[in-house]
Write a protein that binds this ligand. Sequence first.
Ligand code: SAM
Length: 308
Amino acid sequence: MSVKDQYNRPILSFRMSITNRCNLNCLYCHHDGMLPSKDEMTPLEIEKITKIAKDLGVRRVRLSGGEPLIRKDIVDIVDKISQIGFKDISITTNGTYLSKYSKDLKDAGLDRVNVSLDTLNKDRYKFLTKKDYLDSVKDGILKAVEVGLSPVKINMVMMKGINEDEVWDMFRFSRDNGLILQLIELMESENCEDNIFSQDYHLNISPIEEEIEKIADDVKVRKDMQNRRKYYIGKGEIEIVKPLDNTNFCSNCTRLRLTPRGQIKPCLLRNDNLIDIIGPLRNGASDEELKAIFLDGISKREPYNKEK
Ligand code: SAM
């Protein structure tokens, strides 16, 4: 049985940011500051924390960052987590190291990957990430499919005047390579170089969703995934992720998060109620004490967007 928060939302998924180092410099990223690799959680610490999550009924684990594949011990981390026995282990990655690691990650027990790719245009990719890695990301995506990570999803953050004209190119690329396309609404990000919101890159993706809905053969709502809508068009699939001002997103949120500094983060959209768990763990806290820290984090969960 999964633990529920005071809003009756079960905690089914645990999303761990295992580093804040990254080899890209994305325009919209929150750039969480620098945490040297020596201070990052070790594979054993990650394993310990993840085991507590499992005991509390979490079924799915996702590794993120920063760029999780920048960690040289990423395969070991996945291997340790996969021994714990989750229903699903996934990674969100920028894809630049996927050619190198896909096979080993699959063998270590990784189920699937989400790859962030906002454009198929080299100049735009360079503008958005400050790097020229588009070809290696595409190679990495194909490698992930080839080794059997499934599904491979593409995370495309939609930005006004940058990539709004690429939805259908991205859809064809995804469909033709056996991928699922996720269109993500741009969120406000405090630490990015220019505030992307004030730069007016934010795009209301509802009109795009309406266009998709008109031609879709079928629609499904993913209940335990923040009520996301999933559209089927021929052999292709598009999911829509709209966290902002979305009461559905919050009322159906089943996720707990962990920051790279080892703090439980009760809500994606807040940073003012983090709870340190790595400090107590390093000071020898017992499993019961660590479980109490988790439960404290769960008790602090409240929907950011509430029904008005
Ligand atoms: N480095 C990995 C990657 O590129 O996927 C994992 C970390 S990245 C922060 C995780 C996801 O958050 C990516 O899909 C990225 O596009 C998305 N993301 C980052 N900043 C965002 C923002 N301001 N609005 C919406 N999505 C954002």
